[in-house]
Every structure is written in structure tokens, then in C-alpha cells.
Design a binder for this molecule. Structure first.
Ligand code: FAD
Length: 274
């Protein structure tokens, strides 16, 4: 069985905490290599993310990796957060630039994720295993596709150990991305980020913002199902499961699931995997 990991976001209310507990409990049965917890760029989850990591480690016994983003943060704030994670026993981080919420003040002292990776290495040498993000369908703010590849390579040169992709529904974009970075001499593992489809309207809105393409034919099929939630669920789970199989057959080293703190869409998908 290929290694898998699950991504959660930090709950802020007791109700959300209960939901995360339920989800983590159910997904734990699939023996993830690790789980991760997102971070609100600009510091909106400065306490919630560490609290969630603590819960995932202590209460659920999972190896939990915090996401850490540099936008909006200062050197000393990031140094303190890294120290906090180190004292909690974390050995793996997902290091990102983040996107500052619109209208939110200071951009911070680091401009790009490569600066953050270099900072983590300078402060903690090889203590942390560092994952970074990557974009088989090109990051929406990149000047152009080749520049995006070069900027990705800069993160690896700064010390990233592995990468997790933005989600996508075109397996060919992943294979091409991997070929392109290998041609640039980058040899770290690139793990596909998999977004199970639960709420299609929400996914469509979100995808426009983050630059993930939903193939036209998939949108058309979804539209044709109308309000038939069962048909949508079945089609979506089958579609994403077949893509996961193609990715694994084609050499993907692991799969990282964006759970949105829900167990069902990811479980449906895992059950559909051959
Ligand atoms: P970078 O690698 O810094 O790249 C950002 C843009 O800048 C790209 O267009 C790149 O081409 C360009 N660039 C990089 N270096 C240079 C340079 N030297 N000169 C010019 N241009 C440059 N966001 C959150 O807020 N919290 C999270 O927890 C979170 N988790 C994520 C997990 C994964 C697996 C992924 C893929 C994304 C996640 N994101 C998260 C979203 C991410 O923060 C955004 O996609 C953000 O816009 C880019 O972050 P990055 O780390 O990829 O940035």
C-alpha cells in the first residue's frame, strides 16, 4: 500500500473540534504516514494550529505536521513558532508563503516560501523535514510557467525535502510537472494533493481562486446530475479514485488528501481505490 497523509484545518469552536476528532478517529484506521494542519496566513490561526497539532499528536497519537506560512510574519515571530513546534516534538513542517487576506496590513519580512525554507534551515539545520507546495497547473501569480518551475527549484535548493501539489484533476499536468523538474535536476518526491469532491459549487469557486482547473467535461457531467446528490457522489468518487490509480501506476510516491475535516468524501474515495 502506498503511503498516505491527511490534511486538516484548525478548528476554532468546540463543535468543529468534535468534528475533527470524529474525522481523525475514522481516518486513522487507514494508517496515515502523517497528518498535517493548515495555518491562516497573516497569523489568524497562530494559536489554533499548534493547539490542533497537539490534539492530533496527544489525543489521536498521529504524527502531525504543522503548516507554517511566512507572509505577514516577522523573523522573530516565525523563530518563536518554530521553537514552539520543536519543543512539541514536531519533526515535519509544510512551509508556505501563504496569501495575505485582502486589506490585511504588513507583508512581513519574508517574500517567498524559498526565504522561509532558507530561514528554517539556518535556524534549525536538518532538524525538520520540510515539505513545500507546488503547482502542476501553474501558480496563478507566476509570471509564466517556466518562471514558476524555476521558483519551485529555488525552494528545493533552499532545503526542501519533499513537495505536495495543489490539487488538480488532470493527471497529465502532474506527470509533465514531474518530468520538467527532473529535467532541471530536482529529485525530491512530489506527492499529489488530492481533493475529494463533496460540494461541487464550492469547489468550482475555490478552484478559480487557486488556479486548479476543473475539466469542462467534468463540469458538464456534474451539471447534468442536477440535484441528484447520490449520483454526484458516486461519479466524483469514481473519477478521483481512477485518477489516483493512474498517478500511483505512473510513479506517484504517496497521496496527500485534503479532507476539509470531513471523513466521508475521503473514505468514499479510499474505498473506491483498487
Ligand atoms: P511561493 O513558492 O513563494 O510562490 C508564490 C508565487 O511567487 C508563485 O507564483 C511563484 O512562481 C512566485 N515566486 C516565487 N519565488 C519568486 C521570486 N524569487 N521572484 C518572483 N516570483 C517568485 N496557504 C495558507 O495560507 N495556509 C496553508 O496552510 C496552506 N497550505 C497549503 C498546502 C499546500 C500543499 C499547497 C500547495 C498550498 C497551501 N497553501 C496554504 C496555499 C499557498 O499559501 C498559496 O498557494 C500561495 O499563493 C503560494 O504559496 P507557496 O508557498 O507556493 O509560495
Amino acid at each position: 500500500m502506498i503511503p498516505i497523509s491527511f490534511e486538516f484545518y484548525p478548528p476554532k469552536t468546540d463543535e468543529q473540534r468534535t468534528q475533527l476528532d470524529r474525522t481523525a478517529q475514522k481516518l486513522k484506521a487507514h494508517a496515515p504516514e502523517y497528518v498535517s494542519c493548515t495555518f491562516g496566513a497573516g497569523g489568524s490561526t497562530l494559536d489554533y494550529t499548534p493547539e490542533t497539532i497537539d490534539r492530533l499528536q496527544g489525543h489521536h497519537g498521529l504524527d502531525a505536521a504543522p503548516h507554517i506560512s511566512c507572509v505577514g510574519g516577522t523573523r522573530s515571530e516565525l523563530a518563536a513558532l518554530l521553537q514552539r513546534y520543536r519543543s512539541m516534538g514536531c519533526r515535519r513542517l509544510v512551509a508556505l508563503r501563504g496569501d495575505l487576506p485582502s486589506g490585511m496590513g504588513h507583508p512581513g519580512e519574508f517574500r517567498y516560501a524559498s526565504d522561509l525554507v532558507a530561514f528554517i534551515r539556518s535556524e534549525h539545520a536538518d532538524y525538520f523535514h520540510i515539505e513545500v507546495g507546488c503547482y502542476p497547473e501553474i501558480h496563478p501569480q507566476a509570471e509564466h510557467a517556466l518562471a514558476d518551475l524555476k521558483h519551485f527549484k529555488a525552494k528545493v535548493d533552499a532545503g526542501a525535502d519533499g513537495a505536495i501539489t495543489q490539487y488538480f484533476y488532470n493527471a497529465d499536468a502532474y506527470f509533465r510537472f514531474v518530468d520538467d523538474i527532473r529535467a532541471l535536476g530536482v529529485d525530491i518526491p512530489v506527492v499529489p494533493g488530492i481533493m475529494p469532491i463533496s460540494n461541487f459549487a464550492q469547489l468550482r469557486r475555490f478552484s478559480e481562486a487557486c488556479g486548479a482547473e476543473i475539466p469542462r467535461w467534468v463540469g458538464k457531467r456534474m451539471q447534468a446530475f442536477g440535484d441528484d446528490a447520490d449520483a454526484i457522489r458516486e461519479f466524483a468518487a469514481d473519477l478521483v479514485a481512477r485518477m489516483c490509480e493512474r498517478l500511483v501506476d505512473g510513479g506517484a510516491p504517496a497521496l496527500h488528501f485534503y479532507t476539509l475535516n470531513l471523513s466521508k468524501p475521503t473514505l468514499n474515495l479510499l474505498q473506491n481505490l483498487r
